[in-house]
Design a protein around this ligand. Sequence first.
Ligand code: MEV
Length: 339
Amino acid sequence: MSCEPDAPARTTRPDPQPGRTGSGRAHAKAILLGEHAVVYGAPAVALPLPGLSCTASVVFSGQPGHGLNGYGQPDPAGGAAGSGAGSQAPLELRHLVESTLERFRPGEVLGVDLVLENSIPVGRGLGSSAACARATVNALGDLLRLGLRATDVFDLVQLAEARTHGRSSGIDALATGSTRPVLLAGGRVSAPRVGAAAWVVVADSGEFGSTGEAVALVREVFRRRPGRQAEFVSRSGTVTARALEALASGRLDIAGRQLTRHHRLLASLGLSTPVLDRLVDGALDRGALGAKLTGGGMGGCVIALAGTPEDANGLAAGLVRQGARGTWIASIAERGRDD
Ligand code: MEV
């Protein structure tokens, strides 16, 4: 005989407002310093990329059933690719919707339909999965008037990220919802000090890189080579600390050199590719103050540091001539646009 308490019976409540739409939005991010090492406790810095975003819309489902019933991701070119039943939605999103409903509306039969409009290139280390998860949670919060706190949203996004990437530090979940640069160090979140305006050019290699696979690769390197984890984490921490000090005092030349050192460090773990290396070298040849891969690696994007918007524009144009599939420019500013 089971002594466990009965699970609460599910109740079907009439929609509070049929026809109501809940909306949520989140943007892309680029990791400036500390990726991978942050998974093992080292500090990392990420920048918001507000020009690339994911928008979620949710409505109470027209079909019976609990959780994510309908799902669509319109093709940005105008088609309807990706629409379908909830069962065709990415697993982590289905799980995310169910977890949110279970946590905040336990025992109720609530079915929703979700549409995601995502301009963030997928598999480029720009936080597409975290942004889509954050947008979805925000949309559910809006639809159901959940009054979610920042920590609730973070925890739920992390649930989805753990499914997508395996182990996840939380920096993507934070940066995709922040209007200012995010420093995650020792479990604390703050904004890094910035002593001089700086610009970062993000250039897409066109290669798909799975962050989950990259995180697994690093774990495997550390498992096979005792001592490598401690060495990598310590070196990454030193490079990040020097770069942060240089950024705070406006010494972009020193900060840039740390970025390039960071690239070599990540490449030594097998995270770069010939295309990423070429883009990094090309950026440096064209006068970037520093350049590195960004995010999980094994494909994806590189970032290059510039001291003026004109330099950033010149670098972006040069990187496109070099074969980059797309470029975006972000400013490193201490304060967000909404402050
Ligand atoms: C991915 O943007 C950053 C990684 O460090 C993973 C993580 O921090 O969860 C590779």
